[in-house]
Design a protein around this ligand. Structure first.
Ligand code: HEM
Length: 182
C-alpha cells in the first residue's frame, strides 16, 4: 500500500543517526569493558576517540532533528493500524529522543568532568559549560550514561522489530515512509 513518505531530509537524518547509534552502542560497551579490564593501548584509545567524536556529532544532529520534528507534521498512520500500536510507536519514538539527548549530554558532561576531552589528531572537544572538574562526578555521570545506553539498546530492538513487522508481516507501507528508496 502506498503511503506518504517523511520529508527526505528527515529520512536522511533518521538513517545517518541510526547508523551512528548502532555503531556507538557496541563500541561503547566494548571500550568500557576494555577500560575496566585495564586493556589500554592503541585499539582502546581509538575506540574512545571515535566514540566521543561520533557521540558529540549525534548530539548536534539530534538538535537539528528535533527542530524538524517540531516544525513538520509527520504523515498519518494507515487507518487500520490499531490505536494501542500507534501509542506504543509514539511512546517508543518519544523515549528514544529523550534517551539520545540524555545519553549524549551525560557522555559530554562526563568527559568534561573527568576531564578527557581529547579525540584524535591533537583535537579536543569543547568542555560542557558549568561542569566542574571532578572524578566523583564523572564516575556518576558515566554510570547513568551506561544504564541509559542499556535501556536505549532494548528500545532499539523493539523499534527494529516493529519496523520489520510493518515491512514483512503487515505490509502496510509504514516501513516505506522512512525508506530512502523513491
Ligand atoms: C547517543 C550517543 C551515545 C551512545 C548511544 C553512547 C553509548 C555508550 C555505551 C553503550 C557505553 C558503555 C557503557 C558501559 O558499559 O559502562 C558508553 C560509554 C562511554 N561513553 Fe558514550 N554514548 C553516546 C555518546 C557519548 C558522548 C557524546 C560522549 C563524550 C563526548 C561519550 C563518552 C563515553 C565515555 C568516555 C564512555 C566510557 C565510560 C567509562 O569508561 O566508564 N558517549 N557510551
Amino acid at each position: 500500500m502506498a503511503t506518504a513518505k517523511y520529508p527526505l531530509i528527515w529520512r536522511l537524518l533518521h538513517w545517518v543517526i541510526a547508523i551512528m547509534v548502532l555503531a556507538m552502542l557496541p563500541i561503547g560497551f566494548w571500550m568500557a569493558y576494555r577500560g575496566e579490564a585495564g586493556l589500554w593501548g592503541a585499539l582502546t584509545g581509538t575506540l574512545y576517540a571515535s566514540h566521543k567524536t561520533v557521540g558529540f556529532l549525534v548530539l548536534w544532529l539530534m538538535v537539528v532533528r528535533l527542530v524538524f520534528r517540531l516544525t513538520i507534521t509527520p504523515p498519518s498512520y494507515p487507518p487500520q493500524m490499531p490505536a494501542f500500536i500507534r501509542r506504543l510507536a509514539h511512546s517508543t519514538h518519544h523515549l528514544m529522543y529523550v534517551l539520545l539527548f540524555a545519553i549524549a549530554l551525560l557522555g559530554w558532561a562526563g568527559v568534561t568532568a573527568f576531564p578527557a576531552l581529547s579525540i584524535a589528531g591533537g583535537w579536543s572537544l569543547p568542555g560542557m559549560p558549568f561542569i566542574p572538574e571532578s572524578r566523583t562526578l564523572s564516575k556518576l555521570l558515566f554510570t547513568i550514561h551506561g544504564w541509559l545506553a542499556i535501556v536505549l539498546s532494548i528500545l532499539v530492538v523493539v523499534h527494529i522489530a516493529g519496523a520489520l513487522k510493518h515491512k514483512f508481516i503487515d505490509k502496510d507501507g509504514v516501513f516505506d515512509r522512512m525508506s530512502l528508496k523513491k
